[in-house]
Every structure is written in C-alpha cells, then in structure tokens.
Design a protein around this ligand. Structure first.
Ligand SMILES: [Zn+2]
Length: 93
C-alpha cells in the first residue's frame, strides 16, 4: 500500500498522564522532556500534572482517566479531613 506524499505519516505518541494518543507534530498540550525523553500531551493540564510528578506517571503509580480533565480529584476524598497534602494535593482546575 502506497502512501501519497502529501499525506504525511502522522506520528502519534502516548500521553503518559491520560494515555491518549497525541499527534507529535502538533501536541495540543505541548511537550515536556524528562530524563532525555520527550513526552507529548493532549492538553496543558496533563503536561502540568506530569511535570509535577513525572516519575509517578511513568511508573503507573498515578494516572488520570480521560474525562477527568477539569477538576476531578484523583482517588476518593479521604474523609473530610483537610490535611496538607504536599505534592499534588491542592489544585482546583
Ligand atoms: Zn492527557
């Protein structure tokens, strides 16, 4: 099967946060480099989340479900205790 020249092969990369496929030539969320590897993001929210805790996302410890973009807090609210959560605790976006 031949691919016409004008139709460039689209390279896709997986967003490490939500695991969406992202067009590497035009990543909606931009890119971030970690440990010499460039990662691509479906949206700025994923990039910011990744940059905060890249290891957590790469190890699979953390992930964001699609559709969670926009304020869904990962995991369940643990009681109603307002504790200082350190990394990744307080973000209201
Ligand atoms: Zn994403």
């Amino acid at each position: 099967m031949k691919i016409p020249l004008f139709s460039k092969k689209q390279e896709m990369a997986e967003d490490p946060v939500c695991h969406m496929q992202v067009d590497v030539s035009n990543p909606p969320g931009g890119t971030a480099e970690h440990d010499g590897v460039t990662y691509y993001f479906c949206g700025p929210g994923c990039r910011v989340a990744f940059q905060k805790e890249p290891e957590a996302y790469l190890s699979g410890e953390k992930h964001v479900d699609m559709g969670a973009h926009g304020g869904h807090h990962e995991g369940h609210a643990e009681g109603h205790h307002e504790s200082h959560h350190g990394a990744g605790g307080h973000h209201s976006h």
